[in-house]
Design a protein around this ligand. Sequence first.
Ligand code: AMP
Ligand code: MG
Length: 481
Amino acid sequence: MAIPRFAFHNSYARLPERFYARLAPTPVRAPKLIAVNADLARELGLDPAELESPEGVEVLAGNRVPQGAAPLAQAYAGHQFGGWVPQLGDGRAILLGEVLDVHGARRDIQLKGAGRTPYSRNGDGRAWLGPVLREYLVSEAMHHLGVPTTRALAAVSTGESVYRESELPGAVLTRVAASHIRVGTFQFFAARDDREALETLCQHVIERHYPHANGPLELLGAVCEAQGRLVSHWLAVGFIHGVMNTDNTALSGETIDYGPCAFLDRYHPDIVFSSIDMRGRYAYANQPQVMLWNLAQLATALLPIVGPDRDAAVEAATAVLHGYPAVQEAQWLVRFRAKLGFRTAHDTDRATIDALLHVMAAQEADFTRVFRGLVEGSARGEFKRDPEAFDRWVADWRRRLAEEGTSAAEARAVMAAANPAFIPRNHRIEQAIEAAVAGNFAPFERLANVLRRPYTDQPEHAELQNAPRANEEVEATFCGT
Ligand code: AMP
Ligand code: MG
């Protein structure tokens, strides 16, 4: 079997030297295949069988650098939980290069867990199996739910141990992204008063992601729009990113850096899973506001290249940021209207949606089961404490559907495409990881497979729709470090 042929077409590696550190992945002892995402491989013009071959696994583990790669670790900075960190960068990831996929779109191929880099600080540059499987499952589930996201091309185990609180099996994830350029990448150069680099990066991002944007302000506007859409989409599927630092906010508008992320089981706007989010900064319903804060940091970083007059630049950038809430709110309404089966817009929609969320929060009803239950007529069963409160809301909802002339069947069709039956529930991910650590990958494979069709009823997997039992409930999720 031949070595996988990536048709590399690198552009980031041609940017100035101060954008990155060139280095190859650090080889691992005994690489073994866990999973190759065959559909994504084909989309990238790769032969899945080649990736699965021993030579392919060596590439996916970082033991062999494929022809045409220009491996490097990217430099960036960022605000972590609001605190400024002037130097971050890929501490455990190596960008192999970029390929043009079958649609002509440029995609980064990155190995995560590939060894130490000049940006590793005190880290070991490695990842353990848990976060690798978690990112594989959740990022792929997000994609199949329709949410813009980085993808997972492959996972391999390394045959080496990594040491966290205990000794754990090491693994490497192959991540695919439109790019890995972050708000923190701009901040890195802004903090160094490097106008030339800001200009270069701005041009690079425009060419790559927003070819119609003219200059930094239009770029900012395009990113505000993409992120407003993205955050609304997160809310609609019950996703909590968990660590929305500016270095984890991509310019492309893709969800990136799946660490202590989670999907809601029971609904409450203040829910936090991330073990490192002590004050609820990144709670479910805070995400739109936090994204605006992150976009304001992007705006600040762009100021030096907006124009020579600082005050005028601030005013212009502020005006662009003011466009974000409207986009975000409008997109939220689009998504939640569909979740209720509405086909037209009405002034009262926000109140109708909020009223349901309020009843759900008061009774800690399961987010996914309630909305899917509206499709199937089983939602009432999720309101155990006070089903009449739900009945009162249903009466309003039915009236609203009747007013716009939407039949029950039509509403069901709209809702079935907006309300997933299956999400990667935290307890199922934990169970899959636990089994994998013990050498059994069947639960991981089953979950990955079911989540490829989240809007399709799969009666043989109905138990994966269940909310966690009390003893299964996951209270905290952890980052991969
Ligand atoms: P994250 O919280 O995963 O976004 O990571 C924040 C920063 O820490 C990034 O610059 C990572 O590359 C770096 N980092 C995380 N884990 C490790 C590790 N095990 N070794 C080295 N650097 C790491
Ligand atoms: Mg990160």
